[in-house]
Design a protein around this ligand. Sequence first.
Ligand code: IVH
Length: 683
Amino acid sequence: MGRVQKDGVQEEVRDLRQQLERHNWRYYALNDPEISDTEYDLMLRRLHDLEDEHPDLVTPDSPTQRVGEAPLPGFESVRHTQPMLSLDNAFDEKELLDWEERIYSLLEMEPRKPLEYMVQPKYDGVAVELIYLNGVFTQGITRGDGEVGDDITQNLRTVKSIPLRLYEGGGPAPERVELRGEVYVEKEAFDGLNARRVSSGMDPFANPRNMTAGALKQLDPKLAAERPLSFAVHGRGFISDLGFRQEREFVRVVRSWGLRPAHYSEVHRSIPAVYEYVQRLQDLRETLPYETDGVVVKLNDLEKQQKAGARSKSPRWAIAFKFPSKQATTRLLNIQVQVGRTGVLTPVAELEPVELAGVTIRSATLHNYDELSRLEVRIGDTVLIERAGDVIPKVVKVITAKRTGKEAVFDLPTHCPVCGEKTVRAEGDPFIRCPNFSCPAQLQGRVRHFVGRGAMDIEGFGTKLIEQLVNRSLIHDLADLYRLEFEQICELERMGAKSARNLLKGLDRSKQAPQARFLYGLGIRHVGEHVAEVLSTEFRSLESLGQADLTSLENVHEVGPIVAKEVFDFFRDEQNLALLKKFQEVGIHLTAPDAKPESASSDSPLAGKSFVFTGSLTAFGRDEAGVLVKERGGKVTGSVSKNTSYVVSGSKSGSKLEKARSLGVPVLSEDEFLTLVRSAVDE
Ligand code: IVH
């Protein structure tokens, strides 16, 4: 290649990197992007392409180099140059005032002039330290024991809001910069990730913090890159050439370097004003996109911080105001046993009603029998319960000191509380099960699942109605739903002619439901919405799915041996085969419609392309959008991979968007998607 040409490429690469860094700064630090995601993605792709062609131009701090290094055998230990301390807690305004008193005496300030306080949310994430040398992200370390942490640089490089190079729009960064902050996952991204895990048969994470901590402990950075992590700066270690004297200025400097400082950072001039902020944030708490467990209050002036000093484990110049806990103690009145659609018996604690973070709690899950024996819980015990996020409250532990001796041991059920069948428990299985497939509780659960969202989605099937249908023996299996008659429904409690008609209409309409939904509705273990979609795309009809052998099932991308075995067994079970036959008799098509709709020509711009939708679309629902794609010969998948052709991003899109960006998959706005669809029609 000629010298001149090469120089041109070099210049373009440099220019692209500078622009990308600038746009990152606008996006993460200022929260004020100047270009669309698509434009950003195109630039990043161009850089990827140029670097692919000219590998000698790749530098470790290029925005393309977030993932890539090989898995590590383990993490190295690194000593922090300055210890990472923890914080003392305050639980009410009085304790804040006491803290201020101590500060005044430490600072020997007479007469007392007002002090300035920096306040910020206390993120419930994982604290880490980032080290930048001459502006380049060089090392990232966990807090560890405060003195020594793990080198998790590879994983932190995958976090989009951590720049690989400080933005130096305002002049060169100091030689050594140690920034501290919190890695966290936004609630919505957390829910999305968990939903995907569940629908592919994996266990969900207990809470966002666990998910984050788990991600940072991955030895393979590719796995960390799949988790939608965020980062906010709230502190610092050593910084050579400190160009600021206040926390307020530090916030500004952090922003100028392209990082996101803690949200809602504000300076207040008295403890009552600080306390007002605390209350404001507490009101906002549930609506904030991330988990917080309080407010951190720090002296704004760095010189005063120095003077106030630190104890061995915590500074005296800062304090954490903790929000009322989402834990409470109450008495466990009884343990009820619920039977789910798969026959699993779930113990549920009936509690003396108690207020917990604004909600009255009457029951809590005990999960399974392993959990029950781990907790050693007895009826009448005083227990600690907890509500994490919006999930069902759970029993954390028994307060054994409160035992009176009158508590009753709870015996594991030997028989199903609903049908009386003898229960079974396989070796190593934490669950006790009712093996009776016809158990009314199981049937009710199966019906609830079958008519639910994501499955046949039939309106009007409330729990009470389902209970009556089963208990009055109007249905014995799922297919019987389609044999219900108008008069039978009208006779049920709380059902009139109108609702009966609607119900029948809904049932009738559901016969046309996409096959994947029907498959999901059957409730085969480990076959979530996504797997059902994958299987029906692959096998086209339930008949051929039923005939597939184990190997061809396992060979399907995204289907593992466990799922394959469940599906295989399902279609070998006499009872299930009889049910499918019955479904066919009542008018459910087990054969898919023709593979390709007529309007799809192979030169349609959507033909053979795979789409992923994320966020909420305004012009139509996801299902409709999916139909548009399929009609034009494209397909829709649930998760982003390098084989994805386009990600269509609505508002509030989270992790999938980040993933698309990291893989360089083009992102379309809703409008751009529509333009593409229209162009496919015009041809
Ligand atoms: S300032 C000397 N600000 O809380 C410590 N910490 O209990 C100064 N944390 O491990 C820390 N949000 O990781 C500060 N806005 C915030 C914070 C915050 C969360 C964490 C921090 C530390 C723990 C202290």
